[in-house]
Design a protein around this ligand. Structure first.
Ligand code: PMV
Length: 324
């Protein structure tokens, strides 16, 4: 029976957090922490999932009932992708999906989008159906929106295209930013907060004070445009300076937190050019731009301030078939 393994990278949002939901650009980088999905065609008509990381073992139903009935949270993304795929490419053959992760879903590195993209890629390949990057994006993004209701899809784009991207939702603009390196330190706050909840809070704040919030998003666009040029020029002190400005803006938006603030200030004090939260905010990770010579110091400062320094390389390759 045909068996395909695909892997896709997680991500870090470098600039433009939240503003990207409202049509403004962001800059996202794919990271070297990957998620894999193995899809195996079966001799029967069952859909089976084994995702040890998600604590799912031998979830099973008939392929004809995919998308129907009560779907456990842990398999919602996978089952919705299969449901959408089957609507376009009806099949009677069952499949087994197994997933594996390099990283914990706690960190906010985009495990849902990476596993979804790896699964979609392996699914197309297992059934011998051609799919462009745009086809993959459409399938995964519509499935994620169906489950999660909100999201710009920047994480899906990073998992598909890889590298470092200038992105406008929903993949209206996806442009690779040509960089050879990006010296980053990453610190985890230890706090897991719901992205959907924070995105919702920002939406409520925006309805109450449209002019002020849209002014912040306009400023975010200016920072993103300058950051793109600074990244291309490998001008790290300028990239750091722009991260500081982006962080100030995100704090004004109300999505920072004392934990993020402590790690960001500690990283800057220890020699980083600049630092900011990455993603929805309140918890998850902060990032800092730091020369190699200061990286150990900055990571030690993050660890001493109650955070956890994580070893992450940016600008990683997008989704790929590992084995067929
Ligand atoms: O919390 P994360 O890492 O999934 O990032 C969310 C980024 C937002 O801009 C707040 C939302 C989005 O979908 O773009």
């Amino acid at each position: 029976m045909k068996k395909v393994t695909a892997s896709a990278p997680g991500k870090l949002l470098l600039f433009g957090d939240h503003a990207v939901v409202y049509g403004h650009p962001c800059i996202v980088t794919a990271i070297d922490q990957r998620l894999s999905a193995i899809v195996e065609l079966r001799g029967d008509n069952l859909f089976t999932v084994n995702a040890v990381d998600l604590k799912v073992v031998a979830y099973q139903k008939s392929i004809a009932t995919v998308g129907q009935g009560e779907i456990p949270k842990a398999v919602q993304f996978l089952e919705t992708i299969l449901e959408q795929f089957l609507l376009q490419h009806p099949q009677k053959t069952g499949i087994t999906v197994s997933t594996q992760s390099d990283f914990s879903s706690q960190f906010g590195f985009g495990s849902s989008s990476a596993v979804s993209v790896a699964f979609a890629k392996a699914l197309y390949a297992a059934f011998g159906t051609d799919a462009t990057k745009e086809d993959l994006f459409k399938l995964v993004y519509q499935s994620i929106l169906k489950v999660q209701k909100v999201g710009s899809g920047f994480d899906v784009a990073a998992a598909i295209w890889g590298g470092t991207l200038y992105y406008v939702t929903p993949a209206k603009v996806v442009e690779k930013i040509s960089i050879t390196s990006l010296p980053l330190a990453v610190g985890y706050t230890g706090l897991k907060v719901s992205t959907a909840k924070i995105v919702q809070e920002v939406a409520v704040a925006r309805t109450k004070d449209l002019t002020r919030i849209d002014g912040l998003f306009q400023r975010s666009t200016e920072i993103v445009e300058q950051a793109r040029a600074a990244l291309e020029a490998a001008n790290w002190s300028e990239v750091g300076h722009l991260m500081n400005q982006n962080q100030t803006l995100l704090a004004e938006l109300g999505v920072s937190s004392p934990e993020l603030y402590r790690l960001i200030e500690a990283a800057k004090k220890a020699g980083a050019y600049g630092a900011k939260l990455s993603g929805a905010g309140k918890g998850d990770c902060m990032i800092a731009v730091v020369e190699a010579a200061q990286k150990n110091q900055v990571e030690a400062a993050i660890n001493q301030t109650g955070g956890q320094a994580l070893s992450v390389q940016p600008n990683a390759e997008g989704v790929r078939i590992e084995k067929e």
